[in-house]
Write a protein that binds this ligand. Structure first.
Ligand SMILES: [Zn+2]
Length: 321
């Protein structure tokens, strides 16, 4: 009995000491929730120690399809800022989570809502009716949503996040601005380095499993000649794979790039019949073991591609440019 009452007293003391402290420490950080880890990493680089970031999807998960778990709803309920890729990337899982979170700040148009695609020069915006495309199973109905794979778009994403942070915490504007400037400078330096490394391979044709790479392709000069998926989100039929094999053979394409979350069977079958290799890249931060921020994302993908080019005997500067 004594022991029990003592422990109850200790418990009460602990509650009295620590509970009043926790709201203070919680208030001091801006809670930023993002749909994908690339946005969380950019938010961290701008928000620094003023924020606490959390990404719902992990880099090794398909960002088009994520389980809308109740724990994510709780994260969103407590969030000061929510950042998403937009277009239709997260259309199947973000709306139910945001609506379920009942947090007015992060609703579309709220002070804590950021659509990271604002100001991005979108590629592959279809002219067809989005509803018709969706009915056909296409998962890129408003334009290609994988725009973070051009590092220069990272600067626009960072601007959008900066604006959101300033709305929530205007007193920290100069701190965020300083971080934004550093981030942009690092992106410019990185891009110069990455471009230099990719320059000798300008025009090299490759195949991709999914249409994740048009922004990367445009920036770095490789050429994606076709896809293993007949349409984004549609798995290939055997008949379609025969066409892919013929096309790759006639163009002598030796590389197929794939994301870590897609089945490799079709890509491997094509590779076996064409003498190509399947190269797994990091489509997002966290998509491969060493890819832990937005800069290593490009380091990793470019290293991996150049390694693969060498392995299949693609000679640097083999095309005039
Ligand atoms: Zn996609």
């Amino acid at each position: 009995m004594n022991w029990k009452s003592n422990s109850q007293i200790i418990f009460l003391i602990v509650i009295c000491i620590y509970v009043p402290l926790s709201p203070n420490s919680a208030v001091s950080k801006i809670k930023v929730v993002t749909s994908i880890p690339d946005l969380a990493d950019i938010a961290k680089q701008i928000g620094g120690d003023k924020i606490e970031e959390f990404s719902i999807a992990k880099g090794y998960q398909d960002p088009h399809f994520v389980d809308a778990k109740p724990s994510y709803m709780i994260k969103l309920q407590r969030a000061d800022l929510f950042v998403q890729v937009g277009l239709d990337l997260e259309i199947g899982w973000v709306p139910p989570l945001v609506e379920g979170a009942r947090n007015n700040k992060i609703l579309w148009g709220g002070s804590g809502y950021i659509d990271a695609s604002q100001g991005i020069n979108l590629l592959q915006v279809p002219t067809a009716d989005p509803a018709k495309l969706r009915a056909e199973g296409d998962i890129h109905i408003f334009g290609n949503p994988h725009y973070w794979l051009d590092p220069l778009n990272g600067k626009m994403i960072a601007e959008n996040i900066f604006n959101g942070l300033v709305r929530i915490s205007p007193e920290n504007e100069s701190y965020f601005k300083q971080n934004l400037d550093i981030f942009k400078q690092k992106i410019d330096e990185g891009t110069r380095r990455w471009l230099e490394r990719m320059q000798p391979y300008k025009g090299v044709e490759i195949f991709a499993y999914h249409n994740s790479w048009p922004y990367f392709e445009q920036r770095f000069g490789i050429k994606i000649a076709g896809f293993i998926e007949p349409k984004p989100g549609i798995p290939p039929s055997p008949k379609y794979l025969v066409q892919v094999i013929n096309q790759m053979k006639s163009k002598k394409i030796k590389i197929i790039i794939i994301e870590p979350y897609f089945p490799t069977k079709s890509a491997e079958l094509v590779a076996k019949n064409t003498g190509a290799v399947v190269v797994e890249l990091a489509p997002e931060v966290g998509g491969q073991p060493d890819v832990d921020d937005y800069f290593t994302l490009f380091d990793y993908n470019i290293n991996k591609l150049i390694e693969a080019f060498k392995d299949v005997g693609i000679v640097p500067n083999h095309t005039s440019n």
